[in-house]
Design a protein around this ligand. Structure first.
Ligand SMILES: [Zn+2]
Length: 328
């Protein structure tokens, strides 16, 4: 087993499909567009620091226009009790193509991402599917997963290997469907109630955890990732944007993440950092300044401890191959 520490980066790439139930285009559209337009700059930075990243991409973003997208909509759809959650309801309102609707189509962005080395396109489901919501079923999830795989394969020739649960609604029962659909790795959650529930208390804990690690250990060994025949590369840190109201705690946030990275590098553990491109919000400059600080820290750890950068698919393949070698 590789004993070197490893930094995994993943981004949830969803544009407006990730917030159709909770935000309006008027209020949140500008943040989404800023995030989208910042992707080329982000890619350059990944190149500069040799960072490998997984882009968990909503399947609907692969289509170039509405007719093409309609062809991939599965017959079995999630029948959420809360009908606001359904992407298919929202589908009626979207523009006809990427040219006139940059919030719901992203074929050109996906093309740009895959033109860079070591950038993996993973799945964030086809329809930003909510895996724990009442009303949806295993069959609907399975149909969604097949649609996500098919659109990526047909349009870009991509074989999806990595999967990110929307809203981090991890559902262990669905690993079977993912495995049958050739997915090697998922991004699960830390073992702490704050990362498993979405209550006010758990959100409060998660916020505190950004500055002071109150939710326990965040990095893990490669051997700990196996779950039901799939690799669970749990999220360690959600990279929060600069929070104006708590500006005085920002240095603590950065120190906390750097420390966690150093621990992973020294102990040969995996640390998985994630965010959404639109999390940089209205002020990309501060966001870029902060992530570049982390990337510089990665470089130091890389030189000193051989700390590596791998996307989810690469790390999953490495772990699977090592296990096979040990069995032989
Ligand atoms: Zn999402």
């Amino acid at each position: 087993m590789n004993k070197k520490g490893c930094l995994v980066l993943s981004l949830d790439f969803e544009l407006f499909w990730g917030v159709t139930d909770s935000r309006t285009i008027e209020k949140y559209g500008p943040d989404i567009i800023t995030g989208r337009e910042s992707i080329p700059r982000l890619l350059k930075l990944f190149d500069k620091y040799g960072l490998h990243t997984t882009w968990g991409t909503v399947g609907m973003l692969f289509a170039g226009n509405k007719d093409e997208l309609a062809k991939y909509i599965p017959e079995i759809k999630p029948n959420y009790d809360n009908t606001k959650l359904s992407a298919y309801k929202h589908f009626e309102t979207i523009g006809l193509s990427e040219e006139d609707d940059k919030l719901h189509y992203a074929q050109s962005v996906i093309r740009e991402i895959i033109s860079h080395d070591h950038q993996e396109i993973g799945s964030h489901t086809f329809s930003h599917y909510y895996c724990r919501e009442k009303g949806q079923t295993y069959e609907a999830f399975d149909a969604d997963t097949m649609a996500a795989r098919k659109i990526a394969k047909d349009i870009f020739g991509i074989d999806i290997k990595s999967f990110i649960f929307p809203r981090n609604y991890f559902n262990a029962e669905y690993l079977k469907s993912l495995k049958e659909n050739n997915i090697l790795a998922v991004r699960g959650n830390q073992k702490h109630f704050a990362y498993d529930k979405n209550s006010i208390i758990s959100r409060m804990f998660r916020l505190i955890d950004t500055y002071i690690p109150v939710c326990g250990s965040k990095s893990y060994y490669r051997e700990e990732c196996h779950q039901d025949g799939i690799l669970n590369l749990k999220a360690s840190v959600f990279f929060r944007k600069y929070y104006k109201k708590l500006w005085f705690l920002e240095p603590l946030k950065m120190l906390n993440i750097k420390l966690l990275m150093t621990i992973a590098a020294k102990k040969g553990k995996v640390i998985h950092i994630w965010w959404h491109p639109h999390n940089m919000g209205s002020d990309p400059e501060i966001f870029f300044e902060q992530i570049e600080t982390l990337f510089k820290h990665y470089k130091k750890l890389n030189a000193k401890y051989g700390f590596e950068s791998k996307n989810m698919g690469e790390l999953a393949e490495e772990i699977i191959n090592e296990k096979d070698c040990n069995v032989m």
